[in-house]
Write a protein that binds this ligand. Structure first.
Ligand code: GLC
Length: 740
């Protein structure tokens, strides 16, 4: 530690006294340069290696012999899955006090939607269309993590997903690059704030770079074949937005992209990320993805895997140990590799510097602050706010909802009605069941004292056993209304959790059909990590709420919507297919040369399935009605450098106040390459009282109309465009304009 301290002082001195202005180094650069010069090759390789802590918490101090060995011998510069103020302090002391240079460790963890206070899964939050609340979830995650000894979040996951069979669709912001980019920035800013050394911010990670969500068949880890144009049009924008927002790290994807594993992709990492985007942070592999290049059959040995990853720009190896085992040998054989190593180590040390770890390695490991901030009541209040805004009202026949709080009898039926695990969703970090308020608990809290709540599971989530139907039917027949809570368990989506069928598992659909046959109104509360294809449910039940997995405050948030204390405002960030056979199905598709025409056989369609999805991107109902009218452009044509203003009137013509997400789309009618039939380019979420009208304004410029043209230049092209505004991608007012 003494050496680090003296180097730190030296760095400040050099930074302030360079020979002349041109060569004057910042204190940070001077410190990092002088530290790097001190390091042996073995110490440098240690900083490029990350090990995992033992998965289970083994007490307040690190006693695991392997971890002690790794930390005290400088074999790693980072651990993942080591958390808690006491344990991280214990591990940090090993590294700082027992290694030659005392370089602090950086602790990373997956806090995809919360650390201990668990928020809605990211796909749910994306349905809120509330960037401030999405950012706040990330801020609170950082506050809790930074008080618990954690420095680095392996989030946000920014992979675009167009295939709901893919289990990790729950982890991102859905199918749209524009909206995915906005959400990515909100989350990066939430985690990192504007000062990484603050005690309430942590480093973030844009993952999984890149096109991991394009896995063939929606099967996790599968091959991805994506043209460079589609890569740059669809999958890269959220990553570029995150990089531009200053995200501290990137993580490689597991996938091979067009034949090259992302972990070794010089195109992705060296060309696009580090050169084109001038990314200054560091790149970490995904769990053993370096060593897995032997499985990809692109490396004939672990040593070659290490070499490919190093050349490909991977700065830190997670969990596998090819860097530790072979890097010295590789450098002996190829001395020029030391430049790659110095670059990687410099990037890693720079983030540790920005976090303030060289000034005080223990600053984030503070048991007192941990006890004070983690699971704070204000965090639960936020959890409820973002959860209720993430709910999407899909159906509400005969104004079944909102329910009166003075109903005599409500039957709450279904396998997820009183489940404390499922609302946490997958990737729930340190979220625990005891922190969860279930749907049943939420309904009991919200309903009137006179209301009798009847309940029955009816069936399990994923079983063929219907023996519970009898009791469920009995409860249902006694009730004024049935609330059926069905869907997927937490671990039916997420990593390595793809499904070949995206309907309701088990006999849940039959449960709904039995309940509907009682003649009572059936309100479906759907809990799921991906779009569920189940036409009968959507088309026959009286009301359907898409509630995803909403975290610790699932129950109160859903009750807020059920009983009308909150008018649902969520809008789908993903298309909901009618069947798995429609996949891939997404709103920003190409027109083709034979666009669907129900009157013409020889057009693009299925003979055994509808052409349209169950619900389109951007769809969501309200307890009130919004009328759109008077779409007006301030000009019919404009030049690059100018802009066009778009105005639309929206009126709340219904009985209650409500928020509406007004969406703006464009269509480029002709281009040097085929263009999507719609592209989201803006939105406004606005509250209107009953009878209130507002005029919503948008502005577009040529820069908003850019795309990767036939020469792979990112630019606009003059021509005819349509602009559209409406409540979702399937219900739009349109107008024409020209870009000159
Ligand atoms: C996992 C995931 C990645 C995560 C990492 C560390 O396999 O793919 O998203 O951050 O390993 O847990």
């Amino acid at each position: 530690m003494r050496l680090i301290f003296s180097t730190f002082i030296l760095g400040i001195f050099l930074g302030c006294s360079g020979p002349d202005q041109a060569q004057k180094l910042s204190p940070k650069q001077a410190f990092l340069d002088s530290l790097l010069n001190e390091m042996t090759l073995a110490e440098k390789i240690g900083q490029m290696s990350q090990a995992t802590g033992n998965w289970e918490k083994t007490g307040p101090v690190v006693t695991d012999p392997d971890m002690v060995d790794l930390a005290t011998r400088g074999k790693v510069g980072s651990f993942l899955n080591v958390f808690g103020a006491a344990r991280t302090r214990s591990a940090q002391e090993l590294a700082v006090n027992q290694t030659r240079l005392g370089i602090p460790l950086i602790f990373g963890y997956d806090m995809i939607h919360g650390y201990k206070t668990t928020f809605p899964i990211p796909l749910a939050e994306a349905a809120s269309w509330d960037l401030d609340l999405i950012k706040r979830s990330a801020e609170i995650t950082a506050i809790e993590a930074a008080a618990s000894g954690l420095h680095w979040n392996f989030a946000p996951m920014v992979d675009i997903a167009r295939d709901p069979r893919w289990g990790r669709i729950m982890e991102g912001a859905g199918e749209d690059p524009w909206w995915g980019s906005k959400v990515a920035v909100a989350r990066v800013q939430g985690y990192q704030g504007d000062d990484l050394s603050s005690l309430s911010t942590i480093a973030a990670t844009a993952k999984h770079f890149a096109a991991y969500g394009a896995a063939e068949g929606g099967r996790d880890y599968n091959t991805t074949e994506v043209s460079e144009r589609t890569l740059r049009e669809v999958y890269l924008p959220p990553f570029q937005a995150a990089a531009k927002a200053g995200v501290a790290t990137f993580m490689n994807g597991f996938n091979d992209l067009n034949g090259i594993p992302a972990t070794a992709s010089e195109l992705l990492v060296r060309q696009i990320l580090k050169k084109e985007w001038d990314f200054q942070g560091f790149v970490v592999s995904d769990w053993a993805s370096v060593q897995e290049m032997t499985d990809h059959s692109i490396a004939s040995s672990d040593k070659e895997a290490a070499e490919l990853a190093l050349i490909g720009g991977c700065d830190m190896e997670m969990v596998s140990t090819t860097y530790t085992e072979f890097m010295e040998e590789l450098v002996k054989e190829n001395p020029t590799y030391i430049s790659y190593i110095d670059e990687a180590v410099h990037r890693v040390l720079a983030i540790k510097y920005d976090l303030g770890l060289f000034q005080d390695p223990y600053r984030y490991s503070d048991p007192a602050r941990e006890a004070e901030v983690v699971l704070h009541n204000d965090h639960f209040k936020h959890a409820r706010e973002i959860a209720k805004r993430s709910i999407v009202l899909l159906e509400n026949r005969n104004q079944t909802l909102p329910l009166n709080t003075d109903l005599n009898r409500i039957a709450v039926i279904g396998p997820l009605a009183d489940d404390k695990e499922t609302p946490l969703g997958t990737w729930s970090a340190q979220g625990r069941q005891e922190h969860v308020t279930t749907i049943l608990e939420g309904i009991k809290l919200a309903s009137g004292d006179e209301t009798k709540i009847l309940t029955a599971k009816g069936c399990e989530v994923n079983s063929s056993d219907k023996s519970g139907f009898k009791n469920a039917r009995s409860m249902a027949k006694q009730a004024d209304v049935i609330i059926a809570v069905v869907g997927e368990e937490a671990l039916m989506s997420g990593e390595a959790l793809s499904r070949s069928d995206i309907g309701l598992p088990g006999v849940q659909l039959e449960l709904l059909q039995m309940l509907k046959a009682t003649g009572k109104p059936v309100v479906v509360v759907l809990m799921n990590g991906r779009p569920i294809a189940e036409p009968w449910m959507y088309e026959n039940c009286d009301a359907v709420l898409e509630t995803w997995h909403l975290g610790v405050q699932s129950g109160p948030a859903i009750a807020d919507v059920l009983f009308g204390s909150y008018n649902p405002s969520g809008k789908l960030p993903v298309t909901i297919p009618r069947s798995v056979g429609q996949i891939p199905i997404y709103y920003n598709h190409k027109n083709t040369g034979r666009a669907y025409d129900p009157t013409e056989r020889y057009t693009s369609q299925y003979i055994d399935e509808d052409h349209l999805p169950q619900y389109p991107f951007g769809y969501g109902l309200s307890y009130t009605e919004f009328e759109y009218s008077n779409l007006v452009l301030d000009k019919s044509s404009f030049h690059a450098g100018e802009s066009i203003s778009i105005g639309v009137d929206i009126k709340n013509s219904g009985p209650v106040s409500g928020e509406e997400v007004v969406q703006l789309y464009v269509r480029d009618m002709f281009g040097s390459v085929t263009r999507p039939v719609l592209e989201l380019k803006g939105f406004h979420k606005t509250m209107l009282a009953p009878g209130e009208s507002q005029t919503i304004h948008f502005t577009l410029g040529a820069e908003d109309l850019r795309f990767w043209d036939k020469d792979m230049k990112f630019s606009w092209e003059p021509g005819n465009f349509k602009v559209f505004v409406g409540p979702d991608s399937g219900d739009l007012l349109g107008a024409d304009f020209k870009l000159l």
